[in-house]
Design a protein around this ligand. Structure first.
Ligand code: ARG
Length: 460
């Protein structure tokens, strides 16, 4: 009879394909570190409850540290019966320390164990993603500082709208990634609730004091208050997957901007060779693959979130094996984002900004709003001013010229009070400098925001 943790009541072995279907070790082995940390705390709680002797406790800790080392240095050898990480650790522990290992699982179930492992692991990856997002923010900040007064067209509907600064564009993404980081931190705060000691579902009856466990496991500051919920809850995985998905969507929008800006038609930026690839057929091609992949991988981040929510949707309380399906989406989203954020930060940091191409894309029509605003300053009600500026744009188009080159007589035909001073409006830098409201694109405001972000990011 094969060695399975629960083999006692079975008289037939698990079918080979069932084993392949059921076993999770090939993907949950990455929980080894947190699983062992949880087990060491559990052993200590068992000793405190008098369920194991101090000698047994010391043996368990020694053995668990040996298993931890094997995972860390890559010498752990899996065997057929290693159903999941919990089983594998316990099997190896027994080989290393003998029968003392038989007491480790006293009062504990894999249900509270895996819920604890997943929380610990998810806290760790959320922290790492938070750091990676900070690196990306820093890359954007460096570009923002260098381009606080680099003029470019701002778009709505992908139509030229009003002049902005490239620094302001960079800061927009810094804001989005700041919210993503704060979502990860919010999720972490809710993850710090400990399920261990909830048993299979009903609690443990052997007198293990759960309070002690939160002292031993620094990451937790509260006990799960309901054992049924403790073993069933995967909200924290869903929340993390949501934070990852939305980060992916922000990255995708950033990528789409850069892809457009890197095209010959825009020519605003050029990605470094290191973050581009070529064509096997067309020798001239330099493709923004780093950005296309960032855009594309947002699909799987979103898919992983939907996959988990779908798994959880109809589950009865409490633990069901369906919940083992929480792991691959989480691990995949983490791996995808962990690497994607590194690529994004480096690609942004090494991107060349073509000020002259950005400037050349500015046209006078983008100052039609400034023209209307100037009429407002001269006493024309805004709605009327909007109409007059629109008429002037129409005249310029009809005459095949631009607002700046439209004769004064045309301006006076629309608004008799105007004189040549109206042409002062047609200054892109002036237009941008006037957007000096808090959060506006004026270079002075952009520099203030850069300084603010510098301070925030340096402090962390
Ligand atoms: N590998 C399982 C999981 O990830 C561990 C919990 C198994 N518990 C059980 N009663 N079968 O969910």
């Amino acid at each position: 009879m094969e060695h399975r943790l629960w083999g006692g009541r079975f008289s037939e072995p698990t079918a080979a394909e069932m084993r392949r279907f059921n076993d999770s070790f090939r993907f949950d082995r990455r929980l080894a570190e947190v699983d062992i940390t949880g087990s060491i705390a559990w052993a200590s709680a068992l000793a405190q409850a008098g369920l194991i002797s101090e000698v047994e406790h010391a043996e368990l800790v020694r053995g668990l540290e040996l298993v931890r080392a094997e995972f860390a240095n890559g010498t752990f050898v899996a065997i057929e019966s290693d159903e999941d990480i919990h089983t594998a650790v316990e099997r190896r522990l027994r080989e290393l320390i003998g029968d003392a290992a038989l007491k480790l699982h006293t009062g504990r179930s894999r249900n509270d164990q895996v819920a604890t492992d997943m929380r610990l692991y998810t806290i760790g990856i959320a922290r790492q993603l938070d750091r990676r997002l900070r690196d990306l923010q820093l890359a954007l900040l460096t570009q923002a500082e260098q381009h606080a007064d680099t003029l470019m067209p701002g778009y709505t509907h992908l139509q030229r709208a009003q002049p902005i600064t490239f620094g302001h564009w960079c800061l927009a993404y810094i804001e989005m990634f700041a919210r993503d980081r704060s979502r990860l931190r919010d999720a972490i705060a809710r993850m710090r609730v400990l399920p261990l000691g909830a048993g299979a579902l009903a609690g443990n009856s052997l007198g293990v004091e759960r309070e002690r466990l939160t002292e031993l496991l620094d990451e937790f500051d509260e006990l799960a208050a309901n054992s049924l919920d403790a073993v069933s809850d995967r909200d924290f995985v869903a929340e993390t997957l949501f934070a990852c998905a939305l980060t992916g969507i922000h990255l995708s929008r950033l990528a789409e901007d850069v892809i457009l800006y890197a095209s010959s038609e825009f020519g605003f930026v050029e990605l470094a060779d290191a973050y581009s690839t070529g064509s096997s057929l067309m020798p001239q091609k330099k493709n923004p693959d780093s950005m296309e992949l960032l855009r594309g991988k947002s699909g799987r981040l979103l898919g992983n979130l939907v996959a988990l929510l779908t798994v959880l949707k109809g589950l009865p309380l409490t633990y069901n094996k369906d919940m083992q399906e929480d792991k691959e989406p989480l691990f995949d989203s983490f791996d995808t984002l962990d690497l994607g954020l590194q690529v994004a930060a480096a690609a942004i940091a090494t991107m060349t900004v073509r000020r002259e191409r950005m400037a050349a894309a500015l046209d006078d029509a983008m100052l039609a709003t400034d023209l209307a605003d100037e009429l407002v300053r001269r006493g024309v009600p805004f709605r009327v001013a909007h109409g007059k500026a629109g008429q002037l744009v129409q005249r310029a188009i009809a005459l095949g010229t631009s607002l700046r080159h439209l004769p004064l007589s045309e301006y006076q035909a629309v608004e008799p009070s105007l004189d040549a001073s109206i042409y002062a409006v047609f200054d892109m830098a002036h237009s941008v400098a006037q957007k000096a409201s808090y959060g506006g694109t004026a270079p002075q405001r952009v520099r203030e925001q850069c300084a603010r972000w510098h301070e925030i990011l340096e402090e962390e």
